[in-house]
Design a binder for this molecule. Structure first.
Ligand SMILES: NC(=O)C1=CN([C@@H]2O[C@H](COP(=O)(O)OP(=O)(O)OC[C@H]3O[C@@H](n4cnc5c(N)ncnc54)[C@H](O)[C@@H]3O)[C@@H](O)[C@H]2O)C=CC1
Ligand SMILES: O=C([O-])CC(=O)C(=O)O
Length: 309
């Protein structure tokens, strides 16, 4: 019997729960929100798609009732405010830090063995906060950003190549911010061949730029930040953990010397499995990429400095 709790049944949380149910990633998915009735309503709406879509996962909604989340294998945290057009993710730190800390503490009381997947922004700093405040081993605290950013990178690469996005591979490391993401164009491939064989340096720079501001572009179009790909990326990370898939996914994790950084959560490729982070993968970065990672970590560290730990 596998169980996942999604805290925050807003745009991202509800989409994540919906993808988890549709793909039957767990036997039970619980959504919890502070807004009276919203989780219950969304859960009922999703359950009314079960026979149309043919899934057996049970979706439960509750208003702030953490007892319903008891014995979850994974807890996904999406509670907090999203940005509006013109804002950065980092501006959300003041409000979201308190929310993330409180909900994580409440949820862990009922699921002391759970693995946490942090989505609320600014995600790298929220992951660091969870790491510092909750006393869990580092393999159980995973920030979701790189899975989404890499998916966007593959989308923009496929647009530039005029090909199917499923035939493109690529990784985005570094912070989950408009200026801190590092799309690794040098390692990206189309059918196993380096994309540098097909796209000019200028085109690749354009793809990297579109990836980095991917979230801001959607926020401008939607008036609030995106949810379909973020929710699906959250579910992808949960599935990799619950089904012990051993996939390599860039996630924000606590670094203790890897990539030359310490005492920070930042995006690097990790192997995900039943223990959460099974392994951090060290990529052979060149000097330019190493410099970019250093600058990205420095920017994340500046936001972390604003936390009251
Ligand atoms: N890491 C990533 O890749 C991404 C992160 N995000 C972040 O995810 C967060 C959620 O975004 P959306 O779902 O679009 O926002 P939303 O406003 O649609 O949903 C947030 C939900 O959290 C709930 N909430 C607030 N305080 C709570 C508490 N104490 N306990 C339980 N629930 C609480 C709200 O009632 C609301 O339903 C934002 O911080 C956003 O920036 C969004 C997309 C991607
Ligand atoms: O852009 C935002 O604020 C939400 C987010 O993290 C994303 O969609 O990448």
């Amino acid at each position: 019997m596998s169980k996942v709790t999604v805290v925050g049944a807003g745009n991202v949380g509800a989409t994540c729960a919906n993808v988890l149910a549709f793909n039957e990633v767990a036997d039970e998915v619980v959504m919890l929100d502070v807004k009276e009735g919203v989780s219950e309503g969304k859960a009922m709406d999703m359950m009314q798609t079960a026979q149309l879509l043919g899934f057996d996962t049970k979706v439960v909604g509750c208003t702030n009732d953490y007892a319903k989340t008891a014995n979850s294998d994974v807890i996904v945290i999406t509670s907090g405010i999203p940005r509006k057009p013109g804002m950065t993710r980092e501006e959300l730190v003041g409000v979201n830090a308190g929310i993330v800390k409180t909900v994580a503490e409440n949820a862990l009381k009922h699921s002391p063995k759970a693995i946490l997947v942090i989505i609320s922004n600014p995600m790298d700093t929220m992951t660091y906060l969870a790491l510092k405040e909750l006393g869990l081993p580092k393999n159980r605290i995973i920030g979701m950003g790189g899975a989404l950013d890499s998916s966007r990178f593959k989308y923009f690469l496929s647009q530039a190549l005029g090909c199917n996005a499923n035939e493109v591979e690529g990784l985005v490391i570094g912070g989950h911010g408009d200026t801190t993401m590092i799309p690794l164009t040098r390692f990206a491939t189309y059918k196993g061949l380096p994309v540098t064989n097909f796209l000019s340096e200028e085109k690749l720079a354009e793809v990297a730029k579109s990836t980095m501001v991917g979230g801001a572009t959607l926020t401008g179009l939607l008036g609030t930040s995106a949810w379909y790909a973020p929710g699906a990326a959250g579910a992808f990370v949960v599935e990799s953990i619950i089904h012990n898939q051993g996939k390599m996914v860039p996630c924000s994790v606590y670094l203790e010397g890897e990539y030359g950084e310490k005492d920070i959560c930042c995006g690097v490729p990790v192997i995900l499995g039943r223990n959460g982070i099974e392994k951090i993968v060290e990529l052979p970065l060149n000097d330019t990429e190493k410099e970019a990672f250093k600058a990205s970590a420095a920017a994340v560290r500046k936001v972390n400095a604003g936390l009251k730990l």
